[in-house]
Design a protein around this ligand. Structure first.
Ligand SMILES: *Cc1c(COP(=O)(O)O)cnc(C)c1O
Length: 366
């Protein structure tokens, strides 16, 4: 991932701020008897950053991708169990069993095949059954089907251990966690516990968007695990940014490669842009514009990077260039300068995986 040897563009992670964010949110989760699985896919499981999670109070380190599980294993991350949070492909089960300690699951065919693979590897693999409560991504749709799967795991799939149930919300269908859907998960857990005649270790009530209810003290008692990515990395999510969290853990830096006055409306007959989109441009007269050597290939959507300097405005971007209006701060910016940006979760995942972006860290010395 570290192919860019030049200084910019670069993505810096402040390890001390991240460590404080993790400590603050874990303490508050513990107030509600909730444990945290630290989700590391947001920064592509970069080793120096995962080490912060390893030293923190998270119960699991979680990611959606096998390649990240492998790089963590190879780096010797071993102090916390590793969790696979994208329900597995049939074609990757050998790695799922070899590299993760627990996986989220929602299909009986895959569960049976996982059991077979665990038998071959002479392992007991933990699974958490996912229930779809309306967000329409992964999960069993009918509670009876989930209970049947639980019974089969418990009684027949001897190389699997049913560790709990979980739900994912707010991802595809934008469905918010509420008392109602959390209660539905709790009652599914109770049905399964009754069917198998023992209690489940984990009832996992979602991701970062479940922090708001948790902080408000309204999570039902039985919910005891959240899988948290964004909230720790960016200091909150959507409508919940508590003041005890740092929002500037990550900094994107990009270099100015041109800075001059130009009209704000393109000259000539307009067709489509580099991505085949028809766009509109506001005519604000002649203004100072800076061109930055970073583009959509690095961060996805230019709306997802936010200039730290007041008066700088992102106008648009192509694959490798970002155009910013700097008219209001034109005395302060010239070629060779470096501008700083906050990132949103959308841009963070791209920046972390872009080979052209140098990754650096700051702090972290104990
Ligand atoms: C990505 C993901 C998470 C973490 O989501 P955040 O919103 O970043 O907290 C949790 N669970 C699953 C299944 C995920 O895919």
């Amino acid at each position: 991932m570290q192919k860019n040897r030049n200084p910019y563009p670069c993505l810096e992670c402040d390890l001390d701020k991240l460590s404080e964010n993790l400590a603050a949110l874990i303490e508050r989760c513990h107030d509600s008897d909730i444990e945290v699985a630290g989700v590391v896919k947001g920064f592509a499981a970069q080793e120096e950053i995962v080490r912060v999670y390893e030293r923190s109070g998270v119960k699991f380190i979680a990611t959606s991708r096998i390649d990240q599980l492998r790089s963590m294993r190879e780096a010797g991350i071993s102090k916390k169990p590793l969790m696979l949070i994208r329900i597995p492909m049939l074609s990757e089960l050998e790695d799922v069993v070899a590299l993760s300690d627990v996986s989220l699951q929602s299909d009986i065919t895959v569960l049976r095949a996982t059991n077979e693979e665990a038998r071959k590897q002479n392992k007991i693999h933990d699974v958490i059954l996912m229930m779809d409560l309306g967000d329409l991504r992964e999960g069993f749709w009918f509670a009876e089907e989930a209970v049947e799967a639980a019974l089969e795991i418990e009684n027949e799939l001897k190389n699997l251990h049913l560790a709990g149930v979980g739900v994912n919300l707010s991802c595809y269908g934008s469905v918010k966690p509420t008392r109602r859907n959390m209660q539905a998960l709790v009652s599914l857990a109770a049905d399964i516990e009754k069917a198998i005649g023992r209690s489940l270790e984990w009832v996992s009530g979602g991701a970062s968007t479940s922090m708001k209810m948790t902080l408000g003290g309204s999570m039902p008692y039985r919910i005891n695990l959240l899988r948290i990515g964004e909230f720790a990395l960016l200091g909150g999510t959507y409508d919940c940014y508590p003041d005890f969290m740092h929002r500037d853990v990550f900094t994107l830096r990009a270099e100015v490669i041109e800075c001059r006055d130009k009209p704000s409306h393109p000259i000539g007959e307009l067709g489509v842009d580099a991505f085949g989109k028809t766009r509109t441009y506001e005519d604000r007269g002649i203004r100072r514009r800076a061109l930055l050597a970073v583009g959509r290939v690095d961060y996805g959507d230019p709306a997802d990077i936010i200039p730290r300097m007041k008066g700088v405005e992102v106008l648009g971007a192509s694959s490798d260039h970002t155009i910013v209006d700097v008219e209001d701060v034109k005395d302060q910016i010239k070629v060779g300068d470096v501008l700083e940006f906050d990132v949103s979760y959308g841009s963070l995942v791209y920046l972390s995986s872009s080979a052209g972006v140098r990754k650096t860290t700051k702090g972290g010395k104990l």
